[in-house]
Design a protein around this ligand. Structure first.
Ligand code: ZN
Length: 227
C-alpha cells in the first residue's frame, strides 16, 4: 500500500502519526512524507530566509533523519512560508499537493485535523481534502486526520470541530521509534510540561491506549473511508 503523509511543519509528522508511520513502514508499506512549510521563519517579525538559512538547512537535516528512524520511503519539502500560509491563495497550495497526490497515487492520506488552533494546519487540511476530492483522486480510499500536540489541545473546547477520535492505531512496539524521531528535532522539541515533549508523547500514547483498550495508541479521525 502507498501512504502519503502531508503536514504543515517539520516535526508534525512525528507528533501526529510517527508511531503509525513506523508501523506501516515495518509492515512493508511505502510511506511518503510531504512538509508544506519551511518552519522557523515565523519566529521573526518578517519572513527572512537569508537570516534563517543555516537553521533551515539544519531543520531539513533533522526531518530527514527523523524520517529515516521511522523507516519512511521519502520526504519532500514544499518550503512555503511558515505560519503564513494564509498569505497565499489556497489554490496555490492545493495545486502543489495535487501534483504530489497524482504522481504518487496513495491509497491512504494522513494529514492535519481541521480543529487545530494553528492556521497552517487548518489550511493544509483544506488543501488536502481539495486535492484528494472524489471524482478526481479516486485512488485515495482513506483520508485520516491526526491530533497534533501543541496545536490540537490548544484549541478552544467550544470550537465546533474539536478533535474527537474514532480510529486508533496500536503503537505498542513503535512508541520508542516515535520518541527517538522527535529527539532528532532539537530545535522544535520542548521540555515537559510542554506538550511538544517526549514525556507528553508517552502520556498521550498511554491515554489513547487506555480509552481504546490498548497499551499504547495513536488516535485519529476518519474523514473519508471508501470501500
Ligand atoms: Zn505544525
Amino acid at each position: 500500500m502507498k501512504v502519503l503523509v502531508v503536514v504543515a511543519h517539520p516535526d508534525d509528522e512525528v507528533l501526529g502519526c510517527g508511531g503509525t508511520i513506523a508501523k506501516y513502514s515495518k509492515n512493508g508499506h511505502k510511506v511518503n512524507i510531504v512538509i508544506v512549510s519551511e518552519g522557523l521563519t515565523s519566529r521573526d517579525n518578517e519572513r527572512n530566509l537569508n537570516k534563517r538559512l543555516l537553521q533551515l538547512n539544519s531543520l531539513k537535516k533533522q526531518s530527514k533523519e527523523a524520517s529515516q528512524i521511522l523507516g519512511a520511503n521519502s520526504i519532500e519539502f514544499l518550503s512555503l512560508p511558515d505560519n503564513r500560509l494564509d498569505s497565499l491563495d489556497l489554490i496555490e497550495i492545493v495545486k502543489k499537493i495535487e501534483k504530489i497526490v497524482f504522481k504518487f497515487k496513495p491509497q491512504e492520506i494522513f494529514t492535519h485535523h481541521y480543529g487545530d488552533l494553528n492556521i497552517d494546519h487548518r489550511i493544509v487540511h483544506q488543501a488536502v481534502m481539495t486535492a484528494a476530492r472524489p471524482h478526481s483522486a479516486d485512488f485515495v480510499k482513506k483520508i485520516i486526520t491526526f491530533e497534533n500536540p501543541s496545536s490540537t489541545e490548544f484549541q478552544s473546547l467550544s470550537f465546533n470541530s474539536y478533535f474527537k477520535p474514532n480510529y486508533f492505531q496500536d503503537i505498542e512496539n513503535f512508541l520508542p521509534l516515535k520518541v527517538k524521531a522527535l529527539k532528532k528535532y532539537k530545535s522544535e522539541i520542548r521540555q515537559w510540561p510542554h506538550s511538544r515533549s517526549t514525556k507528553f508523547l508517552e502520556i498521550l500514547a498511554k491515554y489513547r491506549g487506555s480509552i481504546s483498550g490498548l497499551k499504547l495508541a495513536e488516535a485519529f479521525f476518519i474523514e473519508r473511508f471508501i470501500n
